[in-house]
Design a protein around this ligand. Structure first.
Ligand code: NDP
Length: 338
């Protein structure tokens, strides 16, 4: 069983030396009395929160950390090989919480969804049809409460979540601008995902001026994936009764001391609503979300870009790449495409 183990708790940017690629043996049958499932992992999802799971618990988090010596835990797409759980049968395709290894025993499969629609790429269940898709859906429709014609700004806009938020906003008839960290990503935002405008935040000496250029009348909705300086500049450019959904803070996770945001005062005179959210609180909407998104994919009204890496041995560098913006689109690792 090829595995990627946590070697050291992560601190700062994740490094190769924090993880260990190894091979061990596994019994391909579950013990009597188990209520779990044994799965063969097909695709693993590289997600920013994995950094939290592998860090010494310090920040308040709704996720338990993984101890050194254990396989990295994360979301993936898997096939059930053996089941002692009434909800799953041998041969079922599932997505949910698994291990960074070829085969995993999932003793309490609470965070495991049976895949019903197998006529779309299975890897999509690490992205558009899985947790990042639900994040974009809940964060945009539920938290941002957008209206047709509003102005929308999305940061980390070409990533797993951002590319969908931008497309949802366009479908709703909003004016949408995205920021990303390279020319290739900026081109993708405009040519593939249909953003009205996009810019490379790394090339903007003054983020406030950049936002004023794209939003001369201000921003109604900000979907924040990065926090920090970008959030601060956005606060200066929000419109009255604007909404900010705090999805993530990519620019802050690896800092010893997170950057202070200076411009919070703007929330008061502009009556801005700023709200953090956690996607798992919204999973009751999953079936409704699939009903909306699957036809959109099939009709070509929504596209999804994945950055696919072959081989579990390459998973550590793919994960590290997220924190340096090396992924173009949703970062997926193929363990076995069958
Ligand atoms: P992405 O696919 O967008 O990958 C991360 C991207 O973040 C990188 O490609 C990079 O893009 C950008 N980035 C990296 N470092 C920085 C930095 N210092 N400053 C600004 N941008 C940076 O990730 P996801 O779409 O999976 O996740 C997006 C956000 O959503 C994350 O903050 C994540 O934690 C959050 N999230 C929150 C959830 C919730 O329940 N609230 C659930 C899922 C995700 P670029 O080249 O453009 O800089």
């Amino acid at each position: 069983n090829k595995q990627v183990l946590v070697k050291e708790f992560f601190s700062g940017f994740p490094k190769d030396s924090d993880m260990l690629f190894t091979t061990s043996s596994i019994n391909l049958k579950l013990p009597e009395g188990s209520n779990g499932v044994l799965v063969k992992n097909l695709y693993l999802s590289c997600d920013p929160y994995i950094q939290y799971l592998m860090s010494k618990p310090s920040l308040p988090s709704n996720i338990d950390s993984v101890q050194p010596g254990s396989p990295i835990r994360g979301l993936g797409v898997s096939k059930v090989i053996d089941s002692r759980n009434q909800n799953f049968r041998e041969g079922d395709l599932v997505w949910g919480l698994t291990g960074w290894e070829e085969y995993s025993v999932i003793s309490s499969p609470g965070y495991l969804f049976k895949i019903q629609h197998t006529d779309l790429p299975l890897s999509y269940y690490t992205g558009i049809l899985g947790m990042p898709g639900m994040t974009a859906y809940a964060g945009f429709y539920e938290v941002c409460a957008p209206k047709k014609g509003e102005t929308v700004f999305v940061s980390a806009a070409s990533g797993a979540v951002g590319q969908l938020v931008g497309q949802f906003a366009k479908l709703m008839g909003c004016y949408v601008v995205g920021s990303a960290g390279s020319k290739e990503k900026v081109d993708l935002l405009k040519s593939k995902f249909g953003f009205d405008e996009a810019f490379n935040y790394k090339e903007e000496p003054n983020l406030d001026a950049a936002l004023k250029r794209y939003f001369p009348e201000g921003i109604d909705v900000y979907f924040d994936n990065v926090g920090g300086k970008m959030l601060d500049a956005v606060l200066l450019n929000m419109r009255i009764r604007g909404r900010i959904s705090l999805c993530g803070m990519m620019s802050q996770y690896n800092l010893d001391r997170p950057e202070g945001v200076q411009n919070l005062f703007n929330l008061i005179p502009k009556r801005i609503r700023m709200e953090g959210f956690v996607v798992t609180d919204h999973y009751h909407l999953y079936d409704k979300f699939l009903e909306m998104v699957i036809p959109l994919i099939k009709e070509g009204k929504i596209v999804y870009v994945e950055d696919i890496v072959e081989g579990i041995e390459n998973a550590p560098s793919a994960l590290i790449g997220l924190f340096h913006g090396r992924n173009v689109g949703k970062q997926v690792v193929v363990v076995d495409s069958q």
